[in-house]
Design a protein around this ligand. Structure first.
Ligand code: KG4
Length: 338
């Protein structure tokens, strides 16, 4: 009998459901919430309400696309945390209800583990996967970490941001330029036609493998403020160059520490995950760095970089094989380490 895992992801502002059958992805449905655009950031209460509206149609669609009946599900995996508590509660409660209704085991998944394992999402049986141990550059709206992935359930954070995440730097600088939320993808698009060497922004000087992005944010803000004193149209006149220079600085900061980590650990495989790993500069930069260092770079499809249930299903499948199920009274958690 095949192992069919249905997974639910609701940690932030994407409601997602995926089905994997014997480790192969059959469906991955994502409903993104547009309601936050007007506010320039995710509004937690609105996110939970939108999850409540989206979850039934998203789960139904994932089952339909996978061509599978509810009764054929072997286990329900769900994101336990970290994330927004109200959002997590919707996915957690739904997953528990479904597990009770179908009388199947429940599998709790750490959202960060899922991102770090996203390279194991298989769309076809012959898809290759990285070898343990590998490094994962995990960069999203809430995290910027270099993780040593020793196995599916043994991960060590080698370095992480001491203040803002890389995604926050993208989004907040985008806000300064009047770009819509989330700003990362807009900066990525505009950067393609800008001069990345036009503006210089400050880079952090902190020891070890930790990151910092708050100084860069301030440096960006001051450049724009000073430019606007001279020319009120400074942003519009220099938009592409500002985006390209900002993106280059963020990528340089990320790669500098990743290079150190590769040398320090001697790993042969490097993956990337989290929303910011959809960025063209990050993807090209990691690929070039790995080539130079003689290690293999695993660059995921963009759909598997931002929040998605396919990665939760994949992480859940690892746990299913080890029969690591969780009790029905397990609460979600907003904050947690890897
Ligand atoms: O992992 P994710 O979907 O969820 C959260 O952590 O909330 O990451 C979202 C972040 C946002 O900051 C967004 O601006 C950023 O990922 N992002 C990008 C790109 N696509 C998404 N940043 C830069 N370039 C992109 N192409």
């Amino acid at each position: 009998m095949s192992i069919n895992i249905l997974a639910i992801e609701s940690s932030c502002d994407d409601t997602s459901c995926a089905v994997i059958c014997d480790g192969i992805l059959k469906s991955n449905v994502i409903a993104s919430q547009k309601v936050h655009e007007a506010y320039g950031g995710v509004v937690p209460e609105l996110a939970s309400r939108a999850h409540q509206q989206n979850i039934v149609p998203v789960v139904s669609e994932a089952l339909r696309q996978a061509n599978i009946k509810k009764e054929e599900i072997s286990a329900i995996a769900y994101t336990r945390g970290p994330g927004l508590l109200g959002s997590l509660l919707v996915g957690t409660s739904f997953a528990k209800g479904m597990a009770i209704g179908l009388n199947v085991p429940l599998i709790d998944v750490n959202h960060l583990h899922a991102h770090a394992l996203s390279q194991f999402i298989k769309e076809n049986a012959e898809d290759e996967v990285p070898e343990f141990p590998y490094l994962c550059l995990l960069v999203s709206g809430g995290n910027s970490q270099i993780v040593l992935v020793k196995s599916a359930d043994n991960m060590e954070i080698l370095g992480q941001t001491i203040d803002d995440a890389a995604g926050e730097a993208f989004d907040k600088c985008a806000k300064v330029m009047g770009l819509p939320y989330p700003g990362g993808p807009h900066i990525d698009n505009l950067a393609a036609r800008g001069d990345e060497n036009r503006f210089k922004f400050s880079k952090p000087q902190i020891p070890g493998l930790d990151y910092s992005f708050s100084g860069l944010k301030t440096s960006f803000l001051y450049t724009v403020r000073d430019g606007m004193k001279e020319n009120p149209e400074f942003i519009q006149d220099n938009l592409a160059d500002l985006c390209a220079s900002l993106q280059k600085t963020i990528v340089d900061i990320l790669l500098n520490k990743l290079k150190k980590a590769i040398k320090q650990t001697g790993v042969r495989h490097v993956t990337i995950g989290g929303g910011v790993s959809a960025n063209s500069g990050v993807r090209n930069g990691v690929e070039q760095l790995c080539k130079k260092e003689g290690v293999k770079a695993w660059i995921p499809k963009r759909v598997f970089t931002t929040d998605n249930a396919a990665m939760v299903a994949t992480a859940g499948y690892f746990k299913y094989l080890k029969e690591e199920f969780c009790p029905l009274d397990l609460p979600p958690f907003a904050r947690v380490k890897l």
